[in-house]
Design a protein around this ligand. Structure first.
Ligand code: E7E
Length: 232
């Protein structure tokens, strides 16, 4: 997160850190007791390794009462996701067991009504992604508030030039923005997850490249279907 600030500890109990060999790679959030939602692009340089999912955390290193690392039973990238574009950039992770819910570990509902969030709506995004262009990685969860911008503005030829589909949304990226390591985290508007951070053009903090999110409402049936099929 560029231009943000340290979140109030454990006030975003839905936040997940997707880790490989103890290293934070991407964000995510608890969408059901045994399921975390993130971005398919997060599996790019991971080969066939499975993530581990850290829940209940504020600091990535310090001991905290409800912090717990979960193994992943299976990972389900959206079948339409690919490394050449941002389409269908969603990843569902089935935890080895149901997460133990408590004050620091809670599910976040996602938007099921397929209607665009109004431009200028201020939403918030949190993550352990880099906090500077030099690539500084924070130990504690950061957050920033960002206004939604219309798809037409975001698709202007000087911005994302027509690549933003109806399944995507954008927020202003002047100075305050998402960045490397924030992918997979939720865009929360009015207490509901409306989107998931995607790396998009991988540029951070440049107003000419607004932040891009995969909208969740269009994928409600896929999310429910995967969870129902694998839960058994
Ligand atoms: N705001 C959009 C946004 C949202 C989420 C992730 C990113 N970016 C990256 O995933 C990324 C990946 C690789 C090298 C990188 N270098 C930088 C950089 N130094 O800015 C970013 C990256 C951008």
């Amino acid at each position: 997160i560029l231009g943000g600030y340290e979140a109030r500890p454990h006030l975003k109990p839905f936040m997940a850190s997707l880790q490989l060999d103890g290293q934070h790679v991407c964000g995510g959030f608890l969408v059901a007791e045994q399921w975390v939602l993130s971005a398919a692009h997060c599996t790019e340089e991971t080969g066939d390794k499975l993530f581990q999912v850290l829940l209940g955390a504020h600091s990535l290193t310090e001991q905290e009462p409800h912090k717990r690392l979960y193994r992943v039973r299976a990972q389900f990238p959206h079948p339409g996701s690919n490394k050449h574009n941002n389409k269908d950039d969603l990843l569902l992770l089935q935890l080895e067991e149901k997460a133990e819910l408590n004050a620091d570990v809670q599910v976040l509902p996602f938007q099921r009504e397929d209607r665009d969030v109004a431009p200028d709506t201020v939403c918030e995004v949190a993550g352990w992604g880099i906090t500077s262009h030099s690539g500084r990685r924070p130990d504690r969860l950061q957050q920033v508030e960002r206004p939604v911008i219309s798809r037409d503005v975001c698709n202007h030829r000087t911005r994302h030039d027509g690549t933003i589909t109806n399944n995507m949304m954008c927020t202003d990226s002047r100075r305050k923005d998402t960045c490397k390591g924030d992918s997979g985290g939720p865009l929360v508007c009015g207490g509901v997850a409306e989107g998931v951070v995607t790396a998009g053009s991988r540029v951070c903090g440049n107003y000419k490249k607004p932040a891009i999110y995969t909208r969740l409402a269009p994928y409600a049936a896929w999310i429910d279907g995967v969870m129902a099929s694998a839960d058994g």
